[in-house]
Ligand binder design. Structure first.
Ligand SMILES: [Zn+2]
Length: 551
């Protein structure tokens, strides 16, 4: 570093650090002659040292480091010119030259120049010949009309918040419902929605009003809705445009008056209001908790942005387990274990772990041809066996099951989603055939799951209450939850409606499956990669458990 110093006086910007390939630092000259550090990090965006900055560069008072969004229009323009001195700012476009291909991405370009990373597809469309994998010196054209308004363009303004964002689940459902009007055309009944400023068809309509969340399904259905609504380009829909959502596709709480699905949903919400919380005291005495990390072994789960699901959710699960064991008197078990790693917490997870086993007797290694078919079932079989031993003496109401996953949704979706067992998707009885139980001892007590109507209703109601406590705890810890209905009781995929088997057949009184983050979203993926985030996440989960088991 010392060697570079003399140049600081000569060059407008100096690239300082190469020791950490995951980030680069630039000392940028601010008006008045001081220099401020700009730190560009791999998949984690940009940090700006605020101390040397003039007041006019910041939108609000920030001490220490600011993120790009904290900067005023003037500050943003200065940062971009300092980071990318070879870019040409023309009247009708910015010509961007890739400077750090290992740190930059199309998503990052879109978030810096166009107001939001989710505009990456527009940028790709405008530069059709450019490879998505960046090389130094690649040239990207960003037309004026795509630049964010702060940079003099007419592109997307920064993401808007909506008035209902802060409401609880009931409040949100009511507010979302109030935005619909029902009508009919020659194609049948539909709900009419007027798109608001800052909203996109994917997240604000499809993900919010239907049970589709899978990226492909969301895209396909957005196209279908656009066609029905007479919209030609899904990517540039003006605010105020009328969107017709086929009534059949609406989630239960948004169904027209008089439908069976709506009535069932209202009954469920009443059940939630009537359900009394169970008090386990500050030490969580007498609580039986079974934790489950999705996938493992040969099955890595979802993957995107250089991250795969299994190891990262396993680490969160281990952290929750550890916190509960250190801080509480709850009895805690995990359904799976990684041999060699055990339950130790890992700051770095460089590559996928090859082995994982379900902790049945004998343990079942997740290494077969179709590992999911057996291991997914063995998880609830094991959990039910543990719960049934516990219930012989303990309070059945004090049983909790949490399964940790991460999904790969549409890239615009961010944050945690919590699945609860929708009462109408739980069977009255289900028996796992002996041939699918891999001969484990737990099959004897755990392979038959039986639920009365009352148990199904209570199972959903309690799990919803827990979901609410969890979402609240996450929010308090500044962890993003999905803005459009974070608590869901069904998944729609390939024309089927279902809830995952681990919670469907689970006899815990309270049971949820948490999709911690959306791997397809770069910011979410970066969070998962970060051990501090995983620790904060685990702490928030424990906070949610404490809040739920309190009268
Ligand atoms: Zn999963």
């Amino acid at each position: 570093m010392g060697v570079l110093k003399p140049f600081l006086l000569l060059l407008p910007t100096v690239c300082l650090i190469a020791a950490d390939p995951a980030s680069v630092e630039v000392r940028a000259l601010v008006p008045g002659g001081e220099r401020a550090v700009l730190r560009l990090q791999f998949r984690r965006g940009l940090l700006i040292e605020t101390k040397p900055l003039p007041r006019t560069f910041l939108l609000r008072k920030v001490s220490g480091w600011a993120v790009f969004e904290d900067l005023s229009a003037e500050g943003k323009r200065w940062v971009l010119e300092s980071l990318f001195p070879e870019d040409q700012w023309k009247r009708d476009e910015v010509i961007h030259k890739v400077r750090w291909p290992e740190l930059e991405s199309v998503w990052l370009m879109a978030s810096l120049f166009m107001g939001h990373g989710q505009n990456y597809d527009k940028l790709e469309k405008t530069n059709p010949g450019n490879p998505e994998k960046l090389k130094p010196g690649d040239v990207w054209h960003i037309p004026q009309k795509l630049l964010s308004p702060e940079l003099g363009g007419s592109g997307t303004p920064p993401v808007h918040s909506q008035p209902e964002d802060e409401l609880d689940d009931d409040g949100k459902i009511a507010a979302y419902r109030a935005l619909l009007t029902f009508n009919e055309d020659k194609e049948g009944k539909y709900a009419a929605y007027l798109l608001r400023k800052g909203e996109a068809l994917y997240s604000s309509v499809v993900i919010r009003y239907t049970d589709r969340v899978d990226a492909k399904e969301v895209n396909a259905f957005a196209d279908e809705i656009a066609k029905r609504s007479g919209i030609n380009d899904v990517r540039s829909i003006q605010p105020g445009t009328l969107i017709k959502i086929p009534a059949k596709a609406l989630s239960a709480p948004f169904q027209p008056e008089g439908t069976v699905a709506l009535k069932a949903d209202q009954e469920m919400r009443e059940e939630v209001r009537q359900t009394r919380r169970v008090d386990a005291g500050p030490k969580l005495d007498g609580l039986r908790i079974v934790l489950d990390a999705g996938h493992g072994g040969i099955d890595r789960g979802a993957s995107a942005n250089g991250i795969w699901e299994s190891d990262f959710v396993y680490d969160i699960c281990c952290r929750v387990k550890w916190l509960l064991e250190v801080d509480t008197e709850a009895q805690v078990s995990s359904t799976i274990r990684y041999p060699g790693i055990g339950f130790s917490l890992r700051d770095d997870i460089p590559s996928p772990s090859k082995a994982a086993q379900v902790l049945t007797t004998p343990p079942f290694a997740i290494d077969g041809d179709s590992p999911n078919a057996v291991s997914v079932h063995l998880r609830w079989v094991l959990a039910n066996d543990l719960f049934s031993s516990f219930m012989k003496k303990g309070d059945a109401q004090k049983t909790l099951f949490i399964s940790f996953h991460a999904d790969s949704l549409h890239p615009s979706a961010r944050g945690t989603m919590v699945y609860v067992p929708g009462a109408s998707f739980v069977p009255s009885s289900f028996s796992l055939g002996a041939n699918r139980g891999a001969g484990v001892r737990e099959m004897k007590r755990g392979s038959l799951a039986v639920f009365s109507s009352r148990e199904k209703l209570q199972g959903e109601a309690r799990s919803r209450l827990f979901g609410e406590a969890l979402v609240k705890a996450l929010r308090q810890s500044k962890i993003l939850v999905h803005p459009n209905r974070a608590i869901r009781n069904v998944i729609h995929r390939d024309g089927m409606n279902f809830i995952p088997a681990v919670i469907r057949y689970n006899e815990a009184r309270t049971k949820v499956l948490i999709e911690v983050a959306n791997l397809t979203n770069e910011d979410d993926a970066a969070n998962l990669r970060d051990a501090d985030f995983r620790q904060r996440y685990a702490e928030a989960v424990v906070k949610g458990i404490r809040a739920y088991f309190k009268k």
